[in-house]
Design a protein around this ligand. Structure first.
Ligand SMILES: Nc1ncnc2c1ncn2[C@@H]1O[C@H](COP(=O)(O)OP(=O)(O)OP(=O)(O)O)[C@@H](O)[C@H]1O
Ligand SMILES: [Mg+2]
Length: 486
């Protein structure tokens, strides 16, 4: 039996079934965690978990297609209190692997028939994101070409080619006597040739000026396509592209606009890029990417857990879960770009699960989220590190912001200690909102400085323990006050 198995896989491997290794699979789990470490402090277990799942998708894609079909993604539930990095991990991860990503709140969805969003819109939004990503990439690929084409079009506007007979020379009217003009009607062949040469010379000169950006501020009149009026959204929901249908029936309206050459270059480059990219290819690639690489972050999943057989609004919780189920389990959703399969889309659910447990989800849904990972609540040390370590940390952000107005803030070690301690203390005494507390604390500490700069504050300001406590200690010690202010 084993032998046949091996033969089978060897045989299929030799055919062309093996998919090309995608670029996004390059990061190994360890590398993914190392990248996430640059932005998120701690939560190692959650990072490991998502890293493995993402790598598994890449591993799967290197297998033979028949086997691929049977390997479904292992969806994750992240369990942890608010503000400890659940969303941040998912968001950074999606950026890292360049995957189409959307974040949705599970509580936004309703059972079919009730007012609210229907769950299929998750997949539609994901495809929309994917289309945008693929399109941006394609546009970037053709940008040079499109820019050249645009400059040529602008050049033609400023100085049409010699064989075209046009009464006025727009270029001359714009630049006046900067360049010698040739208005005299030529009759003899020689004169005609001289004129053509002159125009050519002028085009060469203009082209050079254009590409140097020397004419960017001059005005030109261009024709731009008018945006078709936005249609009612209802049709979207059914996967019908009314916009597209109407757009192809109705003639495109254009209008004239006077814009600077820089702006004209931007608009025309866009138009040219649009012509250069193949929209069918974009759609095809985007759907493939959404299906195979898409990540859906289902936030607040705990809020729809439980409630089976309950009263009032609870009744619909089970219903929403049951509606989400087919999407998570794998189904085909009609979108305006065509049918999209949700089978291999990765779902990362997250919730605090204070009042409910993952076991309160309906069993079918539990089964589709086999990976559970808990995030730790943040202690004082974690908060201190979050202030300092992540790329573009809060401290760095405020330092740079104030630098703009000539204030050189310097956070001392004991000042940072004090910030973390107070944030932690307020988290313990009132609601624990995790790292979000740092935002309120920082805002409060720097409130005056942010207001006073640049008139009443400048030069170096040390934010040390005394400074922090001076601004905060009365508030932080009073529970009621900190409830309102921090
Ligand atoms: N471990 C961490 N390291 C660095 N920054 C963090 C960490 N945890 C939270 N933050 C910061 O705190 C803010 C809130 O984090 P995030 O949105 O990830 O919270 P969450 O866990 O999704 O909470 P909620 O359950 O309320 O959605 C973000 O600005 C994030 O950068
Ligand atoms: Mg969140």
């Amino acid at each position: 039996m084993e032998d046949t198995n091996i033969n089978f896989s060897m045989e299929t491997l030799e055919t062309d079934d093996v998919k090309q290794i995608p670029a996004q699979g390059e990061l190994t789990p360890r590398q993914i965690v190392a990248e996430l470490d640059k932005y998120i402090v701690g939560q190692h277990e959650a990072k490991r978990c998502v890293a493995v799942v993402v790598r598994n998708r890449y591993r799967r894609r290197c297998l033979d297609v028949h086997l691929q079909e049977d390997i479904l993604p292992k969806n994750i539930i992240m369990i942890g209190p608010t503000g400890v990095g659940k969303t941040e991990i998912a968001r950074r991860l999606a950026k890292l692997v360049d995957a189409p990503f959307i974040k949705v709140e599970a509580t936004k969805f309703t059972e079919v028939g009730y007012v609210g969003r229907d769950v299929e819109s998750i997949i539609r939004d994901l495809v929309e994101t994917s289309i945008r990503m693929v399109k941006a990439q394609k546009v970037a690929q053709v940008e040079d070409k499109a820019r050249q084409a645009a400059e040529l079009r602008i050049l033609d506007m400023l100085q049409p080619l010699p064989n075209r007979r046009s009464g006025s020379v727009p270029f001359a009217s714009i630049f006046g006597d900067k360049v010698p003009s040739s208005h005299e009607e030529s009759t003899s062949d020689e004169e005609a040739k001289a004129k053509r040469d002159e125009i050519r010379r002028r085009r060469v000169w203009l082209r050079d000026q254009l590409s140097k950006g020397a004419l960017d501020k001059e005005q030109v009149e261009i024709e731009v396509e008018e945006e078709p009026p936005k249609m009612a959204m209802g049709m979207e929901e059914m996967g019908i592209d009314m916009q597209g249908i109407l757009g192809s029936i109705m003639p495109k309206k254009t209008k004239k606009r006077k814009v600077s050459i820089a702006e004209a270059r931007r608009i025309i480059t866009q138009e040219e890029a649009e012509k250069l990219i193949d929209n069918d290819e974009v759609t095809h690639e985007a759907i493939e990417r959404a299906e195979q690489g898409g990540i859906v972050f289902l936030d607040e999943i705990d809020k729809i857990a439980g409630g089976e057989g309950g009263h009032g609004p609870d009744i619909s919780r089970g219903g929403v879960q049951r509606d989400i189920l087919p999407i998570v389990e794998g189904c085909t959703v009609m979108t305006k770009y065509g049918p999209v399969k949700s089978d291999y889309i990765l779902f990362i659910a997250a919730g605090a699960f204070h009042l409910t447990k993952p076991a309160d989800l309906i069993p079918e849904l539990q089964g589709r989220f086999p990976l559970r990972v808990e995030l730790d609540s943040l202690n004082c040390q974690d908060l201190r590190r979050i202030l300092l370590e992540p790329r573009h940390s809060l401290i760095q952000q405020y330092t740079e912001l104030l630098k703009v107005d000539g204030v050189d803030v310097h956070f001392t070690e004991d000042g940072i200690d004090a910030l973390a301690e107070i944030a932690h203390k307020v988290n313990c005494n009132t609601e624990n909102i995790g790292a979000r507390r740092l935002h309120t604390v920082m805002e409060k500490v720097l409130e005056d400085l942010l207001y006073d700069a640049p008139e009443a504050a400048s030069g170096q300001v040390d934010i040390d323990r005394a400074y922090v406590e001076g601004k905060l200690s009365t508030i932080a010690c009073d529970e009621d006050m900190s409830r309102f202010i921090l």
